[in-house]
Design a protein. Structure first.
Length: 109
C-alpha cells in the first residue's frame, strides 16, 4: 500500500464529488513515474484499485463510494474532520502573513 497517502491527498483535493479509479491511477502513475524508475500503467492501476477497495471496506474508512468506480473522502469520519480543521488553521496562518509593499523608488516619476 505505497500509494495510500497519495490517494488520500488527491481525494481531499478532489472534494465531495470524488474521482474515478482510472483518474486516480493516472494521477498516481504520473506522480511516481520517472525516467529512471519506469512504472507499468497496468500495475499501478491494479495496485491503486486494490488499495481503494481495501481502504473503503474498513469500518472507520476515510473513503466513501459515490457510485461504482468513483471514490471520495468520507466527510462523516472523525479523522477527516480533524484533518480539515488542521488544514483550515494552516491556511488561515499563511493568509495572515502578507508580503511587504515595494518601497523602492520609481525611476519614471
Amino acid at each position: 500500500m505505497r500509494y495510500e497517502k497519495d490517494i488520500l491527498l488527491l481525494l481531499i483535493e478532489a472534494g465531495e464529488k470524488g474521482l474515478s479509479v482510472s483518474k486516480i491511477s493516472r494521477h498516481i502513475f504520473n506522480t511516481h513515474n520517472s525516467f529512471f524508475l519506469a512504472l507499468d500503467v497496468e500495475e499501478v492501476h491494479q495496485e491503486v484499485q486494490q488499495c481503494l477497495v481495501k481502504m473503503s471496506r474498513r469500518t472507520d474508512s476515510m473513503l466513501g463510494k459515490v457510485k461504482k468506480g468513483v471514490y471520495c473522502i468520507n466527510t462523516e469520519n472523525q479523522q477527516v474532520k480533524q484533518l480539515r480543521l488542521k488544514f483550515l488553521n494552516e491556511q488561515n496562518e499563511t493568509k495572515e502573513v502578507s508580503p511587504q509593499a515595494d518601497l523602492s523608488l520609481n525611476l519614471f516619476e
